[in-house]
Design a protein around this ligand. Structure first.
Ligand code: NAP
Length: 245
């Protein structure tokens, strides 16, 4: 049985979508959960959906280093951290500029590097802890318009593997997950650049259809739990068979 009893779990970007599903499922499996995001009202909504007591929320903008410092100053040690917060902006390479590059990388990549580094330096990761990075299958494809998103996610996967090597002596594991399309607020943004018809056609290329937030959350539970104690440095695809072709 997968259990997260007696584990303190931090989930970034838990005010909606996949992060919210991860927080809810972790609480159902017995974890005490800390959630963060920028939208206080949505974080409160997530908190109201958690099972059990003692869960906390922090309004944090991960692109602001002082916000990360504030979170770290709470000095709570974690048994698991899910680096889930992310943003996407669709744009052909010819329209990119320094600002666009920084915006995506600062949330999708830099913030995870900075947060994990601060947790390590302050010894706020418990022995046998588990780090889970939410990357994306976009990092393995080459979909036009996703240059910054795909690149930031590829960087995240690589970073997770390096951490796995550096933290193994402390029994801390690090793995990344590459989900295919899961319908959330993030994928709704695709409606701005792709027609409903195209989205439906794209779904037909998924042998098992698009995913649900709980499909990804279930895999995260396994990685956070001691059931996966021999797994580190892995990069797991969960995409309803999309990349079978
Ligand atoms: N949905 C998919 O098809 C799919 C596929 C592959 C990978 N992913 C990845 O899965 C993760 C979750 O995405 P989702 O689909 O669940 O999208 P979502 O519903 O838009 O959730 C994104 C989360 O990230 C948080 N966030 C964004 N910028 C932040 C910042 N500067 N500081 C703190 N939190 C921030 C948002 O919270 P606030 O708005 O409250 O800040 C929100 O909770 C992302 O990393 C995404 O790249 C999604």
């Amino acid at each position: 049985m997968i259990t997260l009893k007696d584990k303190n779990i931090l989930v970034t970007g838990a005010s909606s979508g996949i992060g919210r599903a991860i927080a809810i499922m972790a609480s159902e499996l017995g974890a005490t959960v800390t959630i963060l995001g920028r939208n206080t009202d949505k974080l409160k909504e997530t908190i109201s959906l958690l099972t059990g007591n003692g869960h906390t929320m922090h309004t944090v903008d991960l692109s602001v280093s002082e916000d990360i410092d504030q979170l770290i100053s709470q000095s709570i040690a974690y048994d698991g951290v899910v680096f889930n917060a992310g943003i996407v902006e669709y744009m052909p390479v010819k329209f990119l500029n320094d600002n666009k590059i920084d915006t995506t990388f600062s949330v999708n990549f830099d913030s995870s590097v900075i947060l994990s580094q601060k947790l390590i330096k302050k010894k706020l990761l418990n022995k046998k802890g588990s780090l889970v990075f939410i990357s994306s299958i976009s990092s393995k494809l080459g979909v036009a318009g996703t240059a910054m998103y795909a690149s930031s996610k590829a960087a995240l996967t690589a970073f997770s593997k390096v951490l796995a090597s550096e933290l193994a002596s402390q029994g801390i594991r690090s793995n990344s997950i590459c989900p295919g399309i899961v319908k959330t607020a993030m994928t709704e943004q695709a409606n701005d650049v792709v027609s409903e018809e195209e989205l439906q056609k794209a779904e037909s290329e998924y042998p098992l259809g698009y995913g649900e937030t709980t499909d990804v959350a279930g895999l995260v539970m396994y990685l956070l739990s001691d059931m996966s104690k021999w797994m580190t440095g892995s990069d797991l695809t969960i995409d309803g068979g999309f990349t079978l072709k």
